[in-house]
Design a protein around this ligand. Sequence first.
Ligand SMILES: C[S@@+](CC[C@H](N)C(=O)[O-])C[C@H]1O[C@@H](n2cnc3c(N)ncnc32)[C@H](O)[C@@H]1O
Length: 238
Amino acid sequence: MSKINYGIDAPKVIARLIIIGVLIILISILFPAIDINGIKIFTPGFIWWGISLVLTGILMVLYSKFGKFKHRDRILNKIKWNGNEKVLDVGTGRGLLMIGAAKKLTSGKSIGIDIFDTKDLTKNSIERTKANAQLERVDKKVEILKMDILKTDFPNDYFDVIVSNLCLHNVKKSRDRKATCAEIYRIIKPKGTVIISDFIHTREYTRKFRSLGMHVQKEGLYVFDTFPPLTIIRASKN
Ligand SMILES: C[S@@+](CC[C@H](N)C(=O)[O-])C[C@H]1O[C@@H](n2cnc3c(N)ncnc32)[C@H](O)[C@@H]1O
């Protein structure tokens, strides 16, 4: 593989939005009045639904192609780097934050963990993430592990920095998402910084981190360069 590629997020969701949107647009143009058992349905009014679904799909592609790099820098610029940190990227996918963090390090290490689910990111695999790290010339500073955030093998108080973008919402049950926040709390060092970026459940993460005694700040919504619009949570352990 010779080209760096960080993939398209949620490819099936994007495909569904665009296909259903195009179908609605076509039906409302080709069949302006449909008769179902004597009930007349005038479809042109539905065209706006179709257009908004297609636009949503296009905005999601634009985020994956362009916006995510600006958002990566926004997240990483919130840390005062000294170069020797131990960093964890939770749900690294094809390495966006793990590789970005590695570029800030001198003697430190950037670790990415993921279950590599291809529903969440196109061509999501540990091999492609390793290839991206090589192409970005940070392979000596990273380690990529197939590991679920619900139960990691890291010792207590291990990382200086933990980052995560668009991962935690994939944990389906609220109970498990809270367990995920507790696991992050367990492995971050005292005075360490956690930055979680997501589009839903951010209130839940905030409450859980606060209940564990962390100091939490919430920033966003970032509506111009992220889609779906993302919120950033910054939490630090006392
Ligand atoms: C939308 S992708 C985002 C990838 C990357 N953070 C980025 O911003 O490009 C979400 C990632 O979270 C991973 N993921 C989902 N559930 C996970 C879990 N329980 N533990 C670790 N990773 C998980 C998926 O495999 C996927 O790579």
